[in-house]
Design a protein around this ligand. Structure first.
Ligand SMILES: NC(=O)c1ccc[n+]([C@@H]2O[C@H](COP(=O)([O-])OP(=O)(O)OC[C@H]3O[C@@H](n4cnc5c(N)ncnc54)[C@H](O)[C@@H]3O)[C@@H](O)[C@H]2O)c1
Length: 274
């Protein structure tokens, strides 16, 4: 018996990174997973987006673990696409037990130099898109009187970082949205929590544009980034792996966390101690 035996999970941002890791961990623990992703570049984001084909690859990986998987090509900022995606899961599989909101983007500029487009896109994807997905699954969870939502926040849900005013605002917003859903869904036996990572080894941060921002010069190497992050974190580990975040999401989604709602769980290598 897995820790999510026969549960149905919807995971956004599932084509790669943390969403993919959650899909695979959840499947290993017995869940069927619906994999939602935009599968293309997001305008204004300074690194390549996931490809549509990656969603199919994750589907195959889940199926190889002996669980069902379906792919949902959808943009979390688009109400119609989100609602249709959730409706299609309910139609095919009859219920939804878990939502993990891992779809997200990054960009950077000084707080006073962000463009309207950078600000708006960030809020649309990383905050409003998260709320739209939670909104879309809530009626099913309420009707079932069970379920769990795991929001993927960030250490920037709790503190600021230079050149990330829009991301910090969105992630602080996710903390608020998580608490609101936890409060309002609790009477129905539905829980909501967040996992708030420090830097995680995914394409969001392990791309040359991000590394160059970090190092302050073109061609910044992974070794330079390692030195930077060893100072940012407290444990002597430069970055978390996607599975570290997936494991925390797994715990919060499982019955082991039945008494836990409304909490933000940092997976932060001690970064918030500083
Ligand atoms: N990697 C880190 O260091 C880190 C740290 C803290 C928090 N996070 C958060 O973790 C979550 C996952 O990020 P990741 O590191 O796996 O990044 P990633 O870029 O590897 O994956 C993000 C996924 O979200 C998808 N996506 C982006 N915009 C979308 C949209 N509008 N609709 C649907 N899908 C969309 C992308 O296609 C991609 O597959 C994000 O919310 C991110 O903010 C990441």
């Amino acid at each position: 018996m897995g820790r999510l035996s026969n549960k149905i999970a919807v995971i956004t941002g599932a084509a790669r990174g943390i969403g993919r890791a959650a899909a695979l961990r959840f499947a290993e623990e017995g869940a069927d997973v619906a994999l939602l992703d935009i599968g293309r570049d997001v305008p204004g984001v300074p690194y390549p987006g996931a490809r549509g084909s990656q969603l199919g690859e994750v589907q195959a990986e889940v199926e190889a673990l002996g669980r069902r998987a379906m792919t949902l090509a959808a943009d979390v900022t688009n109400t119609e696409q989100v609602n249709q995606a959730i409706a299609s899961v309910l139609k095919a599989w009859g219920r939804i037990d878990i939502l993990v909101t891992a779809a997200g983007i990054d960009s950077w500029a000084k707080a006073w130099e962000l463009t309207d487009e950078q600000w708006q896109t960030m809020i649309d994807v990383n905050l409003t898109g998260v709320w739209k997905c939670a909104r879309a699954v809530s009626p099913a969870l309420i009707a079932q009187k069970s379920g769990a939502i795991v929001f993927i926040g960030s250490v920037l849900s709790h503190r600021a970082n230079r050149e990330f005013a829009h991301y910090t605002a969105a992630k602080h917003g996710v903390l608020g949205v998580m608490r609101a859903f936890a409060l309002e869904l609790a009477p129905y036996g539905v829980r909501a929590n967040s996992v708030d990572p420090t830097v995680v080894k995914t394409d969001m941060v392990m791309n040359q544009a991000y590394l160059d921002r970090l190092g302050g010069h073109p061609g910044t190497t992974l070794d330079e980034a390692r030195e930077y992050y060893l100072k940012w974190n407290t444990l002597p580990i430069p970055w978390a792996e996607p599975v570290d975040v997936a494991n925390a999401a797994l715990f919060l989604a499982s019955e082991e966390a039945r008494a836990i709602t409304g909490i933000a769980l940092p997976v932060d290598l001690g970064a918030l101690l500083k």
